[in-house]
Design a protein around this ligand. Structure first.
Ligand SMILES: C[S@@+](CC[C@H](N)C(=O)[O-])C[C@H]1O[C@@H](n2cnc3c(N)ncnc32)[C@H](O)[C@@H]1O
Length: 141
């Protein structure tokens, strides 16, 4: 989770506020561990940055809420002999969970945003996880 994220529910003025890990560590942690919250990590393909403050621009990436990720993985029920393609790496959070079930040589994740793909690849490597992280459009197969 990046240190600064936008809260998914807009305020009364229609803007999504930023939660900064350093300024409001408890609120940030509460958001991270909120099972039904999908925290916004990128706005307008990165053109709007967290330091720009609250925004109503379109989100282009978010960390999926953990309740949904757990449900998806529960129904997918991946095993060590499975081959998995994940489309939309984002933060790499779901990829990290998948990588604990699917062997790295059988796990490919694709993210359309090059910077997000690179960030996720680095974070996963930092955890000792080495799936193939592709920067590209998942609709292309
Ligand atoms: C909900 S977000 C990330 C979800 C990820 N599971 C997580 O928890 O971080 C979906 C991601 O899909 C990416 N995306 C959107 N369209 C895509 C496409 N056609 N191919 C690959 N990635 C795509 C977006 O850039 C975004 O980062």
């Amino acid at each position: 989770m990046p240190d600064q994220v936008w809260w998914p529910t807009p305020r009364d003025d229609g803007l999504h506020h930023v939660i900064d890990r350093h300024e409001r560590p408890r609120a940030w942690l509460k958001g991270v561990y909120q099972p039904n919250a999908s925290l916004i990590t990128q706005v307008a393909d990165g053109a709007v940055r967290p330091q720009d403050g609250p925004t109503a621009e379109a989100f282009t990436s978010a960390v999926s809420c953990s309740a949904v990720v757990v449900d998806m993985l529960h129904y997918l029920n991946p095993g060590p002999d499975d081959i998995a393609l994940e489309i939309g790496t984002g933060s790499g959070y779901s990829t990290a969970l998948l990588a604990h079930r699917v062997r790295p040589e059988n796990l490919v994740t694709i993210e359309i945003d090059k910077q997000l793909a690179a960030r996720a690849r680095d974070l996963l490597a930092g955890l000792g996880l080495y799936p193939t992280v592709v920067a590209g459009g998942g609709e292309l197969g």
